[in-house]
Design a protein around this ligand. Structure first.
Ligand SMILES: Nc1ncnc2c1ncn2[C@@H]1O[C@H](COP(=O)(O)OP(=O)(O)OP(=O)(O)O)[C@@H](O)[C@H]1O
Ligand SMILES: [Mg+2]
Length: 937
C-alpha cells in the first residue's frame, strides 16, 4: 500500500496479476474496483488473435508524461509563476506562523507537485545534513531552499548565517537578502575564534532573553513579541524580534578538517539549538563519518543529491538510491526512519528572468560551405563578430536576483525590523578616522580605531583617553602602522584641542613618520635621532618641564595637575612627548642611558604633572623591563614574532591578522582593533596631501600662543641674521643653546680676547673684526705680529719687523697709548699676543697691569692662536684666566688649562665660525657671523 503512493499520478489504472488465469483490476481512474478478471483468456479462434494483433498494430503510441518529475525546473516555475510579483511575498510573510512551521518549497516531487521541507523542530527539524558529490547541485539546492524561506518568511521570522570555508559561494549570492545576517568566510586563523565567539554569544543572548521574558523557547518568545502591540497588564514584552536562525555550513567536511574547534561549537548548537530556534544545515560531499553522534541524532532530516557512490548514499539516507541520480538538482529527502522519503527536483534560480514570455529563440545563423568530401566549413559566425568592446556584454538578469530584488523591495516598504546581526562583518582594512572638533574645553579622549567585540556582537569605537590610558607604547613590525597610529593619535588630539590645551614634542627616531605633523601649531618641534644637539636640547626641555612643574605644584601645595588647576583656576598645557621608533636608539649609542633615564622619569612622574610619553617600537625586547612596567597602555599591531605578542598581550592573545593598522589591545579581554587612518583619502599620497592641507589651515588659523621651537643655530651664521644690525654694538655671535645674539660692549675698560684654533680661523677673525669695525670713526692701532689682519682698517699699523727690531719703541708706544688722556676713542688690536709680549719683554703680569690702567677711551682686542696661550705650561694662561673676561676661543680642548670641560666637551671639534665664549665663569658656544654666511666652504 505504501508503494502505491510513490506512483506517478498519470497512472490511471492499477492491475494486479496473480497468475495466468487470475487478475484483479485494483483501481481505475482513481476508483477502487477490486474487479477480478482472467489475464490470458483461452481463445479458441486463433485467427481472431491474429486479427486482434493486426488491429492493435495500427495504433501509434502516444507519449503522455514519461516521468512526472521534471528534468529541470526553474525557481519561478517551481512556484508556478512567471513574474516575481505573483509570488505575493508580503502576504506570505503576513500569514507565516513560524511557531508552527517554517516550511519552504525545495522543488517538485511530481508534475506540479511541490515538495516541502520544514526544519521546525516538531516537523522535520531542527537540524539537517545535506550530501552531494561535486556538481550535484548542492549549493544550488541550499540556495533554493533558503530563497524559499525568504519568500515565505519575513526577516523577523527567519535569519540566515552562512559559514563558508573558502568564501564566495552561497554567502556571496544571498548577501543582499534582508534575511542575510552575516557570513563567516575567512576561517583561516583569526576568523575562527571570532566566529566561535559570535555563535556562542548568540546562543547566550537567546538564553538570556528567554530568561528575561520567562519563556523557555523561541516560540514562546515570538508569541510575546507578536502580542507586544496589544499588551496585557503585568506582562513584559520584548521589542526585538528573534528570528529562527538557519546556520548553513557548505563544505562542512573541509571546515571540520581545517578548523576542528568548529565541530565542538556546532555540536553544542546541535544540542541546545532546538529550543533556541537555531538550526544547523551541514552540507558535505562525503557524509560518511563526518558528523558525530550528537549532530547525527539531532539531524532528523537528510537530503541526498547525487552521491559519489553507494556507500556514501547509504551512510546518509540508508539507501543506495542517491548514487544513481544522474540529474543535477535532483535529490532524496529523508526524514526520520520512515516519516518521509521522496525524490524531488529542486528549482534553479540561475536561469534568465523573462517575465511575460519565454526566452527568445536563438536562431542559428551560421553559414557553412560544403566541400567535395561533404565536410562543412564554417564561413560566417555572427557570434564571432566584434560588436562593441566598450559595452559590457549584457547578462540577462537571473531569476534569483530578480526574486532577491523584490524581497528587498517588499522588506523596505514594510514595517518589519531587521533583527540585530549575530555577527558583524570583519573589521575593514582601511577606516578613516571620524572627524572630531575643537572645543572650549581640553578633551583628551579621542577616537583611535574600531574594536571588534564578537562576544558582545558589537564593533565599537576604540577611544583613546590620555588621562586614562596615560603613557602608551605601540608595537609593530616594520611597515605595519606604528607611525600612522601616532599620526592619527596626534591629529585627533590636535583637532580636538588648541595649542593652549596641549603641546607635542615630536621625537622621530625612525624614518620621518612624524614629519607630516611638524607644522601643527601644537607642535613645539620635531627632532631626529641624528640631530644630536637638537635632541639634547629637546630632552633638556622635557627634563626642565618636569622640574618646573614639580616646583610649581610644590609651591601651591598640590600633588597633581588636576589639583593645581582647580586651586589656581589656571590651565597648564598637557605635554605629549611622541617618540617614534624608540628602539632605533641602540644600546651602543652613548646617549641611550641618559635618554632612558629621562624617559623613566617621565613615565614615573609625568602623569601627575600632565606630561606624557607615547612611543613606538618594533620589538618587545627593544624596551627595557623597568620601562615597560611603567607604561600603562600597550597596543600591538602585527608582529613577526608571535612570542612578542604573547609578552605584550598575555596568554589571551588573539590570532594575528597580517593587515596594516590591525592590532590588539587588552581591555577586559584581548580585542582586535583596526586603527583609523588620520584622514579620509584614496591613497597614501592623497592622505599626506590632505594632512598637509589641514595642518596648514590649522596653522594659519591659530593666532594664540604657541609652544616654543627648539632654538637652533646652524654652523653658519650671516651678519644679515642679526636683523636689526646695530652699528654701535659689537656682535660676538649667536648663542647655540638659545639662538640668541650675544653682544660685547666696547669701551667699558674690558679687553676682548680671541684665541683661534688655527691660521684659517685667525684669518676669519680678521674678516670678522674688519666687518664690524668698518664704520668705526676713531683710530685703530694694529700691532700685527702674525700679519694676517690685512683686512682690518687701521690708522697705525705695526708689523712683525718693527716689533722685533724696535721692541723698545713699540713697548713705549704701547705704554703711552694706555696713559694718554685723549678724548677720542681708539681701538688697539694686538695680533699674536704671546709673541708680541715676548719680543717686547713684557711679562704677563706686567701686561695685565697695563690693561687695568687702560682708560675708557681705549679698547684692546687681543688675538692669538689658542695653542700659544691655552696650554697648561703657559704662564700667560694663568694670568689671562684670572684677569681677563670675555674670551672667545677654539682649538684642541684635550690639552688646555683655560677652562674645566667634561670628557665629551674635550673631544669637541670646532667649525670655522664656532668658538667658546668664556664670560664671568659662564661658558657658551657661539657661532660667529660671517659675511655671506660662509656656506660655500
Ligand atoms: N591604520 C591603518 N589602516 C590602513 N593602512 C595602514 C594603517 N596604518 C598603516 N597603514 C599602511 O601601512 C603603511 C606603513 O605604515 P607606517 O609607516 O605607519 O608603518 P610603520 O610601522 O611606522 O613602519 P616603519 O616600521 O617602516 O616605520 C602605510 O603607508 C599605510 O599604507
Ligand atoms: Mg614608521
Amino acid at each position: 500500500k505504501e508503494d502505491k503512493k510513490l506512483l506517478p499520478e498519470t497512472v490511471t489504472a492499477l492491475v494486479e496479476i496473480k497468475n495466468q488465469t487470475a487478475g484483479i483490476l485494483v483501481q481505475s481512474n482513481g476508483k477502487i474496483m477490486e474487479q477480478l478478471f482472467k489475464p490470458y483468456p483461452e481463445v479458441e479462434d486463433k485467427e481472431g488473435y491474429e486479427i486482434l494483433l493486426r488491429q492493435l498494430g495500427a495504433l501509434t503510441h502516444m507519449e503522455v508524461e514519461k516521468n512526472a518529475i521534471p528534468e529541470r525546473l526553474s525557481l519561478l516555475e517551481q512556484y508556478m509563476v512567471e513574474r516575481t510579483e505573483e509570488l505575493n511575498i508580503s502576504e506570505r510573510w503576513a500569514q507565516a506562523q513560524p511557531n508552527k512551521s517554517i516550511q519552504s518549497m525545495i522543488g517538485w516531487k511530481g508534475a506540479r507537485e511541490p515538495s516541502y521541507w520544514d526544519l521546525h523542530e516538531q516537523v522535520h527539524g531542527p537540524h539537517a545534513i545535506v550530501g552531494g558529490t561535486s556538481g550535484s547541485g548542492k549549493s544550488e539546492f541550499l540556495t533554493t531552499y533558503l530563497m524559499g524561506l525568504a519568500i515565505n518568511f519575513s526577516p523577523e521570522d527567519i535569519g540566515m548565517l552562512i559559514i563558508d570555508w573558502k568564501g564566495g559561494g552561497i554567502a556571496h549570492t544571498l548577501s543582499d537578502l534582508p534575511h542575510f545576517m552575516g557570513a563567516i568566510t575567512n576561517l583561516d586563523g583569526a576568523g575562527t575564534a571570532r566566529a566561535l565567539a559570535s555563535i556562542n554569544a548568540e546562543l547566550k543572548k537567546r538564553q538570556a532573553l528567554f530568561n528575561t521574558y520567562g519563556v523557555n523557547n523561541i516560540n514562546g518568545y515570538m508569541k510575546l513579541y507578536r502580542e507586544r502591540h496589544h499588551p496585557r497588564e503585568g506582562v513584559l514584552y520584548p521589542r526585538e524580534a528573534l528570528p529562527h536562525l538557519i546556520l548553513v555550513s557548505d563544505e562542512f567536511a573541509e571546515l571540520k578538517e581545517n578548523v576542528p574547534e568548529f565541530l565542538t561549537e556546532l555540536t553544542s548548537v546541535a544540542r541546545i539549538g532546538r529550543s533556541l530556534g537555531v538550526h544547523l544545515i551541514l552540507a558535505t560531499q562525503k557524509p560518511d563519518g563526518v558528523v558525530n553522534d550528537q549532530i547525527d541524532a539531532n539531524s532528523k532530516s537528510k537530503v541526498a543529491l547525487k552521491m559519489s557512490d553507494e556507500n556514501n548514499s547509504r551512510a546518509l539516507i540508508k539507501t543506495v538510491d542517491a548514487a544513481h541520480i544522474s540529474t543535477a538538482g535532483r535529490g532524496y529527502l529523508r526524514v526520520g526512519e520512515s516519516e518521509l522519503y521522496e525524490l524531488f527536483q529542486s528549482g534553479y534560480g540561475g536561469v534568465a528572468y523573462t517575465p511575460g514570455g519565454a526566452e527568445e529563440e536563438i536562431k542559428d545563423e551560421r553559414i557553412y560551405a560544403i566541400n567535395e568530401l561533404g565536410q562543412a566549413e564554417l564561413l560566417y559566425d555572427p557570434r564571432e563578430e566584434v560588436v562593441d568592446q566598450e559595452k559590457e556584454k549584457e547578462e540577462p538578469e537571473s531569476q534569483l536576483s530578480a526574486v532577491i530584488k523584490s524581497i528587498k523591495a517588499v522588506f523596505e516598504a514594510s514595517d518589519y525590523q531587521k533583527p540585530q546581526q549575530p555577527w558583524l562583518p570583519n573589521l575593514p582594512e582601511k577606516i578613516a578616522t571620524p572627524m572630531v572638533k575643537v572645543g572650549n574645553e581640553r578633551r583628551l579622549k579621542i577616537p583611535l580605531g574600531l574594536l571588534d567585540i564578537p562576544s558582545a556582537q558589537r564593533q565599537d569605537v576604540y577611544n583613546f583617553d590620555l588621562d586614562e590610558h596615560s603613557h602608551t607604547v605601540i608595537f609593530s613590525s616594520p611597515g605595519f602602522g606604528k607611525s600612522t597610529t601616532l599620526q592619527t593619535l596626534v591629529m585627533n588630539l590636535a583637532r580636538q584641542n588648541t595649542p593652549e590645551h596641549l603641546h607635542f614634542n615630536l621625537l622621530d627616531f625612525g624614518t620621518n613618520g612624524l614629519l607630516p605633523l611638524k607644522n601643527l601649531p601644537h607642535v613645539a618641534d620635531m627632532v631626529m635621532l641624528e640631530e644630536e644637539e637638537k635632541l639634547s636640547k629637546m630632552l633638556g626641555r622635557i627634563s626642565s618641564a618636569l622640574v618646573t612643574r614639580k616646583a610649581l605644584f610644590k609651591a601651591e601645595g598640590v600633588a597633581n595637575l588636576t589639583q593645581y588647576e582647580s586651586k589656581t583656576k589656571e590651565q597648564l598645557p598637557i605635554l605629549v612627548n611622541v617618540l617614534d621608533a624608540y628602539d632605533n636608539l641602540t644600546p651602543q649609542d652613548k646617549r641611550k642611558d641618559a635618554i632612558d633615564e629621562l624617559l623613566m622619569q617621565v613615565l614615573r612622574e609625568g602623569q601627575a604633572l600632565g606630561i606624557y610619553l607615547v612611543l613606538t617600537a618594533g620589538r618587545y625586547n627593544g624596551i627595557r623591563m623597568n620601562m615597560m612596567a611603567n607604561i600603562q597602555t600597550k597596543l600591538a599591531l602585527f608582529l613577526n614574532e608571535d612570542s612578542d605578542l604573547g609578552s605584550i598581550i598575555g596568554r589571551e592573545k588573539l590570532e594575528q591578522v597580517e593587515v596594516q593598522g590591525r592590532g590588539q589591545v587588552k581591555l577586559e579581554q584581548a580585542l582586535s582593533v583596526q586603527i583609523y587612518l588620520p584622514a579620509q583619502a584614496e591613497n597614501e599620497a592623497q592622505l599626506l596631501e590632505m594632512l598637509e592641507h589641514e595642518i596648514k589651515l590649522m596653522d594659519e588659523a591659530w593666532t594664540g600662543v604657541r609652544p616654543e621651537r627648539i632654538p637652533m643655530v646652524g654652523e653658519h651664521v650671516d651678519f644679515e641674521q642679526f636683523e636689526t644690525f646695530d652699528k654701535e654694538k659689537f656682535y660676538l655671535g649667536l648663542n647655540k643653546s638659545d639662538a640668541q645674539p650675544v653682544t660685547f660692549e666696547l669701551f667699558k675698560g674690558q679687553p676682548l680676547t680671541l684665541l683661534s684654533s688655527n691660521k684659517k680661523q685667525t684669518l676669519f677673525l680678521g674678516e670678522f673684526i674688519a666687518e664690524q669695525l668698518a664704520d668705526f670713526e676713531g683710530d685703530i692701532i694694529k700691532i700685527d705680529f702674525i700679519g694676517n689682519l690685512t683686512d682690518v682698517p687701521s690708522s697705525l699699523a705695526i708689523g712683525k719687523e718693527e716689533i722685533t727690531k724696535q721692541s723698545v719703541d713699540v713697548r713705549e708706544a704701547l705704554g703711552a697709548l694706555t696713559i694718554s688722556q685723549k678724548e677720542e676713542q681708539r681701538i688697539v688690536i694686538l695680533n699674536g699676543l704671546s709673541q708680541i709680549l715676548a719680543k717686547l719683554q713684557v711679562t704677563a703680569e706686567a701686561f695685565i697691569e697695563l690693561l687695568e690702567e687702560t682708560n675708557e677711551n681705549t679698547q684692546y682686542i687681543l688675538l692669538d692662536l689658542f695653542n700659544n696661550i691655552g696650554s697648561p705650561m703657559n704662564l700667560m694662561t694663568k694670568a689671562i684666566k684670572e684677569n681677563l673676561q670675555h674670551i672667545l676661543f677654539a682649538g684642541d680642548m684635550q690639552s688646555q688649562a683655560l677652562v674645566d670641560l667634561s670628557m665629551e666637551e674635550r673631544k669637541r671639534k670646532f667649525a670655522l665660525q664656532e668658538m667658546f665664549y668664556l664670560n664671568d665663569e659662564s661658558l657658551n658656544m657661539l657661532v660667529l657671523p660671517r659675511k655671506g654666511g660662509g656656506e660655500d666652504e
